[in-house]
Design a protein around this ligand. Structure first.
Ligand code: ZN
Length: 303
């Protein structure tokens, strides 16, 4: 009898824990990368409470869930992540959450196969850096707005209006970026960075893209990669190479040293935001601000 009372008390306790969500009538969303967090905040506005797991400078390829993250995820109404194995070490956690019947949404599901660039480096068989094509981001905006509308139908008109407003901003962004890139001759559009995050960028703006470290940061660049990329820089008279905010700078510095050792010169043209936005509250802390900053930095340094 005593045991049964204890069991009953324990189950009440666990139910209370599971139900510890604040009663604020908001949709509680947990997101992964800062790009996804920014998008969901733009669409969800004040009807949602968004908790992003990964802040500025955080590398999603290497990110592991802490105990605190797992409890945030377990208490979410919806989990929205980027997908295509970008968050390679969280895949199992997402599967666990799905088994617990938590609504788990991959932004990449908004895209058709023809929107994607293939890659043998990822278990998904696709390059996951999908946000670097604004047209992909437009499709993801529509998809996320529909997901929020389905989860909270009483606010459907609000989410759809926010998405429409955001799509106008993305259209203006595309025009601004295209105009700026057009000032750089096509044969100078060569982007050499620490890891291969910019293939969608290259496709959208006709850049030849070379990443030192392969698509994921999980493997380090080898001596051969450095020598091959150094030859590319010399052969094509590339003026600048770029550091990334979420990848250690030493690989790019090794590349610069390799070029210099062959009596050529290449400068570090600046730090790009690849797999994470800048600090919240700065212009680069939003997707739109990050994209303008990156294009401005790239175009100015390669001219
Ligand atoms: Zn990456």
């Amino acid at each position: 009898m005593k045991q049964m009372i204890w069991m009953a008390l324990l189950s009440v306790f666990f139910l209370a824990c599971k139900d510890a969500k604040p009663k604020d009538n908001k949709l509680h969303i947990v997101t992964t990368t800062s790009m996804i967090t920014d998008l969901v905040q733009n669409i969800g506005g004040d009807k949602v409470a968004v908790q992003g797991l990964m802040g500025a400078g955080v590398d999603p390829h290497l990110y592991k869930a802490s105990e605190g993250d797992v409890s945030k995820l377990a208490n979410a109404d919806i989990i929205i992540y980027s997908g295509l194995h970008l968050e390679g070490k969280l895949v199992e956690v997402f599967e666990k959450m799905q088994r617990q019947k938590i609504n788990t949404v991959a932004a990449s599901d908004a895209l058709d196969k023809k929107d994607l660039i293939g890659s043998t480096h990822f278990a998904s068989n696709y390059d996951p850096h999908i946000w670097f094509d604004v047209e992909n981001w437009e499709k993801i905006t529509v998809y996320v707005a529909n997901q929020l509308s389905a989860a909270m139908p009483e606010n459907k008109a609000y989410f759809q209006a926010n998405a429409a407003q955001y799509l106008l901003q993305l259209k203006a962004l595309k025009e601004e970026l295209n105009a700026e890139v057009a000032t750089l001759p096509v044969d100078q559009r060569r982007l050499v960075t620490a890891h291969d995050a910019f293939n969608y960028f290259g496709r959208a703006f006709q850049f030849d893209v070379v990443g030192l470290q392969g698509l994921s940061t999980a493997t380090e660049a080898g001596v051969q990669d450095v020598q091959k990329t150094a030859s590319y820089i010399i052969d094509h008279k590339v003026k600048s190479v770029f550091i990334e905010s979420s990848v250690p700078r030493r690989t790019v510095e090794a590349l610069q040293a390799a070029v210099n050792s062959k009596n050529h010169n290449v400068i570090i043209g600046g730090t790009l935001f690849s797999d994470a936005l800048g600090n919240p509250g700065t212009p680069e802390g939003t997707y739109i601000g990050m994209f303008k900053y990156n294009v401005h930095t790239i175009v100015n340094s390669l001219k």
